[in-house]
Design a protein around this ligand. Structure first.
Ligand code: FEO
Length: 583
């Protein structure tokens, strides 16, 4: 059964209508999904620039007893509740399984409980604790641990799998032994919205799947590996019922394998940064994730720890294994303030002068002041890698760009010895031979919404005639990398022989996180919106079509939309190198 209900939600003047629809589909035996399709959502957490909307998936399992797995975002209230009541009388639901309490999945728990206050809510201990904060009303509950089972009858024996930190400490997976279906909420999901219930077209989905992993799961790579190990102990899984995007069935093994491979790569890192924050307070989730994203680009492992519920032993262990610490300010009052304060005391007790630190405000209106905490770290002797990030107004794209760049600065600082070692590790003759590869000199410039970036590039080559296309190799830790995903547009500015030093000197500077790369540089806008450097010899407008991962670089293939030469007789600046172990 597939049912689609279209509804245009209220739009702001001048903005297109935003479509919200519900899809209900029978997916496996006795099981129906209610997929809330948010077609036009263009931002999720942090820097997710959603290209393809998103979905919030909920599931109804009918054994002798009936269980609902997760709900939906509150923006779907009427649509979701109508669809649910079209499928079942809510009074007949016995269990509501909470995979994770973030409001995109638990935003309608209160409403479902109002329809049937007798439902038993099933979740991890922490999930139940968070839910009490969310619904503010008494409810029946059943706390489950890894390996616990719940028999719905008719063969639907549910087994729970602890999957903490994917991506809050409250997460559980649920495995239905009858249908061999694993319900995973955020894990293995993607922000992708279309009518297809399943993952038939891998090529269509893989970029979003990877982007979602990089933003949400890579900062918890060790926790992903722990969850994969628990999944491996289950009987064969034939369907993964995710909380976002299509359900995985056609490419399940391939996509699970990719999580394994990517997480193993992350977890191999010799350097760890512990990020301590209070989730659901102010903008702490988004800021912590943006910083984490910037750090993971440098090949440093990140572990996020939510101080709402972290126990002192966990905090101490993470501080002791981390060479860098990032700490978000916690609220001074409220239910979790005492635990957060205790966590901070443990951090101070366990930290040493050899570590580096960065601090951020959460912007929750009741933040601990950042300065006494900063002073305390300075007294212990820690190196502050970026100045405290302060939230004075509603965070914008520029705020999240600043956070990501601060994270990258921290990662690069912590791995500076590795970089020097790599530069020295090449055999001398090979190094010189490789150095004879030369390229031109270019500046890539890009603008997305209100944020912009630029990078000096020399690994650039024409790659196709029809359509006209070029490739550019971009190191994974470059800020411009975030501006070169599929569909992004940028400008390649070609520098002129004998007239490039001023521009290369400017763009080779180390910019502070969030700094305007174009201050004091003459530019004018290209038709794709990116800045053209007025002093460049030529410019080419490009659109990213595909990306290939090559160890520490992305090879970005782009097609050409327009271009122009300023001086037809002038030549391109050439970059001659002596050695091949750096640019
Ligand atoms: Fe999709 Fe972490 O919520």
């Amino acid at each position: 059964m597939v049912a689609l209900i279209d509804r245009a939600s209220a739009s702001q003047p001048g903005r297109p209508l935003r479509r919200l629809t519900i899809q209900t589909v029978d997916v496996v035996t006795d099981t129906t999904t209610l997929r809330s399709l948010d077609w036009d959502r263009d931002r999720f957490d942090i820097e997710f620039a959603l290209e393809n909307g998103t979905t919030y998936n909920s599931f109804l399992i009918r054994g002798e007893k009936i269980a609902l797995v997760d709900t939906s975002h509150e923006k779907f209230r009427q649509l979701y509740l109508d669809a649910l009541q079209g499928l079942i009388n809510p009074a007949d639901i016995d269990y509501l399984i909470i995979s994770h309490t973030e409001p995109d999945h638990s935003g309608l728990v209160k409403d479902v409980l109002q329809l049937n206050p007798e439902i038993t809510v099933v979740g991890a201990k922490v999930a139940i604790q968070f839910l009490e904060e969310l619904v503010h009303q008494p409810f029946k509950r059943q706390v489950v641990k890894n390996g616990d089972r719940l028999d719905l009858g008719n063969g639907h024996e549910l087994e729970f799998v602890a999957a903490p930190n994917l991506h809050w400490p409250d997460t559980i997976f649920t495995f239905d032994h009858k249908t061999q279906t694993l319900y995973t909420c955020d894990a293995f999901g993607m922000h992708f919205c279309d009518d297809h219930t399943y993952d038939e077209d891998l090529e269509l989905l893989e970029h979003d799947y990877r982007y979602y992993y990089d933003c949400l799961m890579a900062p918890n790579a060790r926790s992903v590996l722990a969850a994969l190990k628990r999944m491996a102990a289950l009987p064969e899984i034939t369907t993964i019922a995710t909380g976002h995007g299509p359900l995985l069935r056609h490419n399940l093994k391939e996509l699970v394998g990719r999580y394994q491979e990517w997480s193993q790569t992350q977890a191999k890192a010799a350097t760890t940064v512990g990020i301590f924050y209070v989730a659901e307070y102010g903008y702490s989730d988004q800021i912590a994730q943006a910083i984490a994203n910037g750090i993971t680009k440098t090949g440093v492992l990140v572990e996020l720890m939510d101080l709402r519920v972290a126990d002192p032993q966990e905090v101490r262990e993470l501080v002791e294994t981390s060479t860098g610490l990032v700490i978000g300010m916690s609220p001074q009052l409220g239910d979790f303030a005492a635990n957060a304060k205790a966590g901070l005391s443990t951090i101070f007790a366990a930290t040493t002068a050899k570590q580096s630190v960065g601090l951020f405000e959460a912007g929750g209106g009741d933040d601990e002041s950042v300065y006494p905490i900063r002073n305390q770290f300075q007294e212990i002797g820690l190196t502050e890698v970026f100045p405290p990030i302060q939230i004075k107004e509603l965070p914008s794209e520029a705020t999240y760009q600043l956070c990501a760049e601060a994270g990258t600065d921290l990662g690069q600082w912590l791995t500076r010895d590795r970089t020097v070692k790599q530069m020295k590790s090449l055999d001398g003759e090979l190094d010189k031979a490789l150095g004879r590869l030369s390229g031109g000199l270019y500046i890539i410039t890009a603008k997305k919404g209100d944020i912009s970036s630029a990078m000096l590039a020399s690994w650039v080559s024409q790659a196709s005639f029809e359509p006209l296309g070029i490739t550019i190799a971009v190191a994974k830790d470059r800020a411009i990398e975030s501006f070169m995903h599929l569909g992004d547009r940028f400008v390649l500015n070609v520098l002129e022989e004998g007239n490039y030093q001023m521009l290369t000197k400017h763009f080779l500077r180390r910019f502070a996180p969030g700094a305007d790369r174009f201050a004091d540089v003459k530019t004018y806008p290209a038709t794709n919106g990116s800045p053209i450097l007025a002093d460049s010899l030529a410019y080419i407008e490009c659109e990213v079509v595909s990306r290939m991962e090559c160890s520490d670089h992305w090879i970005v293939y782009s097609t050409i939309n327009a271009g122009r030469v300023a001086k037809s007789e002038a030549l391109t600046a050439v970059h001659h190198r002596k050695v091949g172990n750096h640019y």
